[in-house]
Design a protein around this ligand. Sequence first.
Ligand SMILES: [Zn+2]
Length: 250
Amino acid sequence: MSIVEEINCPHCGAPIAFEPGEILATCKYCGYTVVIETGQTFTYEHSLLLNKYDPAQIEEPIRGWMREGFLKPPDLARKSKMLEKELIYLPFWVVTVETKSSYKGIFERIAPAIMKEGTIEKGYDWLVLARKATVFPTKEYEVPLEGKIPYDFRRIEAFAKILNSEIDKSDAEEQAKQEIEDDHRFLAQQDVDRIVEIKTEIKIEKTVYLHAPVWFVKYGYKGKTYQLIMDGVEGTAIKGDIPAAGFRIL
Ligand SMILES: [Zn+2]
């Protein structure tokens, strides 16, 4: 059990509950987002992606996912039972960046080895999950950012759960930079065999606080429980456990 604490909303005065470790909290009654430590209003852009499904409707794309792909048991969609469907608005920091990496390395695949140089220039909306202990496949999540609107608490369903940020903006930006550097190092390693030097410049254009609707699903199949994570905007699977199709001798 986590201990829930409260502060008063600076906008409407209603109590806002938060848990230890959370940095931002959003008022359930008026949608105001407050910085817990200072009690000040959160002044950066706060966005929302809209969920399109209720607990009954989300079953359709779930069964659709179960039917597709040859790795799944053929009776998966028919035989699975929905055990749990929970809609959670997860907090993210979306860090919009322009990046450029210049690298120098040794190309050893030919003899004699040569020194090779290259650049990687890319723009990203880099996604950082604003939670510390939550396990979420951020890399696999193609956030449909086109549909984002300014945060509007009236669009959040009563049955949904909202998580607050545990990571502040500057830490999220640091994390994004680190991940981008690692990513570019990985990309450079596809081009040269041994990196001698790599320099990455990252220009942050803006950082937006975003709540995105994600369905956490548990389903049962042949006596076992499996998990599936679905995007609530487009109804696509973000990541899911697939039961082994069973060994078949042909
Ligand atoms: Zn309020």
